[in-house]
Design a protein around this ligand. Structure first.
Ligand code: NDP
Ligand code: AKG
Ligand code: MG
Length: 415
């Protein structure tokens, strides 16, 4: 029995076709998201529509198409349908999309739908730019020195979800295999250990690092830092570091600085030097606080990238203002760095800034730079006028705390 379709293709909209000019009326699928998705997604759409209308005088317009995943999908399609096939098909087919956050239970329960989307669509780059907006409260004395772009590998590492619960038959089987066939003697408590596997490949590393270095070239950035824990995980995180350096040399002509392993090459577009260096993840997390100006483009593995994203977001005001994109070679799905913040769901309270800035990245990706510029300008102006949501207001002198939707309106009023 085929499942009934719940997607309505908006009349008057056109599909974006890779390699063809961007239509003036593109259809953009969106997933509302769980928790605060219900608050931030409508505000994001309203702000984007206003920016596009203002920038192009009605000549261009996004045709939003709702597709479903997560809790809303279980209400629309049935109790166990978290990620419908037609949602996956639409994300592939329509090429550019945006999503709200989705809940993942801790411990048991369903595996992350966010991770499933990234893996199934092979969205191997998680791109998270971190920059400071003047006036945003920050724990740093000079938050403007933090200006980094994270390239987080998005399909491998422990996020592959290869793991077995402690005391399960499968965990016992894997432990027995490791002990009996592989000579492993160092599982401290074999009877009660959960087991996880961390795949990291040369191929996966190279395609991610290639994008990071190319980004540094295209955007005239001064360095690319490979962040890893390769001193401890030699063949996964250490492999990532070695393959990254190798790629910098073989594909971009980088040459060793002194005895290495740092290396450098001339940006073919500007003639300026780009340094490729590495940092061990724990040290990196203290360096970004103490010496943020030393870091620029960052290429790292999935779990490190997850930690680094939220830590860096905090330096420039928090995850209320931290955008992102998940990219393959053909599909782009934009989403905020933060999650569903369940305690605030439905209160019209949280900062919609992260999702709005994710949409700003989407507009730039579409070539609609004038609308993207309007979003940046109006967000800067709303923050400068101290019209901010609770997360900024609680740390800002003289702020006027506004709701999630009122922040969107404050932006629109300043376009
Ligand atoms: N891509 C995705 O869909 C993601 C999904 N998740 C999922 O979200 C769920 C909740 O995760 P949790 O660890 O609580 O992390 P969240 O990112 O959802 O929230 C943590 C805290 O961050 C602050 N915050 C988050 N979003 C905003 C916002 N828009 N405006 C202002 N402040 C914000 C709040 O801080 P305060 O309490 O100080 O006000 C909040 O309590 C989990 O199931 C997790 O798996 C998590 C990350 C990404
Ligand atoms: O999938 C999830 O629930 C969490 C994902 C996450 O934290 C992230 O991508 O930053
Ligand atoms: Mg995260």
């Amino acid at each position: 029995m085929s499942i009934q379709s719940h997607i309505t293709v908006p009349a008057g909209g056109q599909k974006i076709i890779p390699g063809q000019p961007m239509p003036n009326n593109p259809i953009i699928p969106f997933i509302e998201g769980d928790g605060i998705g219900v608050d931030i997604t409508p505000v994001m759409k309203k702000v984007v529509d206003a920016a596009v209308a203002k920038a192009y005088g009605g000549q261009k317009q996004i045709h939003w198409m709702e597709i479903y995943a997560g809790e809303k999908s279980t209400r629309v399609y049935g109790s166990d349908v978290w990620l419908p096939e037609e949602t996956m098909a639409a994300l592939k087919d329509y090429v550019v999309s945006i999503k709200g956050p989705m809940t993942t239970p801790v411990g048991g329960g369903i595996r992350s739908l966010n991770v499933a989307l990234r893996q199934e669509l092979d969205l191997y780059v998680c791109l998270r730019p971190v920059r400071y907006f003047q006036g945003v409260p920050s724990p740093l004395k000079q938050p403007e020195l933090t200006d980094m772009v994270i390239f987080r590998e998005n399909t491998e590492d422990i996020y592959a979800g290869i793991e077995w619960a402690a005391e399960s038959d499968n965990a016992k089987k894997v432990i027995a295999f490791l002990q009996n066939e592989m000579g492993v003697k160092k599982i401290r408590f074999p009877e009660t250990s959960g087991i996880g596997i961390k795949p990291v490949s040369k191929e996966g590393t190279r395609r991610l690092v290639r994008k990071a270095i190319q980004y540094a070239i295209d955007n005239d950035r001064k360095s690319v830092t490979i962040v890893h824990k390769g001193n401890i995980m030699k063949f996964t995180e250490g492999g990532f570091r070695d393959w990254a350096y190798e790629l910098a040399k073989t594909e971009f002509g980088a040459e060793l600085i002194d005895a290495g392993p740092w290396c450098k090459f001339k940006n073919p577009k500007t003639g300026r030097e780009i340094i490729v260096k590495d940092a061990i993840a724990d040290a990196f997390l203290q360096q970004i606080l103490l010496r943020p100006a030393d870091y620029d483009v960052v290429a790292t593995l999935n779990l490190n990238g997850d930690y680094v994203s939220d830590a860096l977001a905090a330096q420039v005001g928090g995850i209320g203002i931290a955008p992102g994109a998940n990219l393959s070679d053909s599909v782009a799905m934009f989403e905020a760095t933060h999650g569903t913040a369940p305690k605030y769901a439905g209160q019209d309270k949280v900062n919609p800034g992260s999702l709005i800035l994710s949409a700003e990245m989407m507009l730039r990706h579409m070539g609609w730079t004038e609308a993207a510029d309007l979003i940046i300008k109006s967000m800067e102006a709303a923050i400068a006028a101290k019209q901010v949501t609770y997360d900024f207001a609680r740390l800002m002198d003289g702020a006027n705390e506004v709701s999630c939707s009122a922040f969107g309106d404050a932006m629109i009023a300043r376009m």
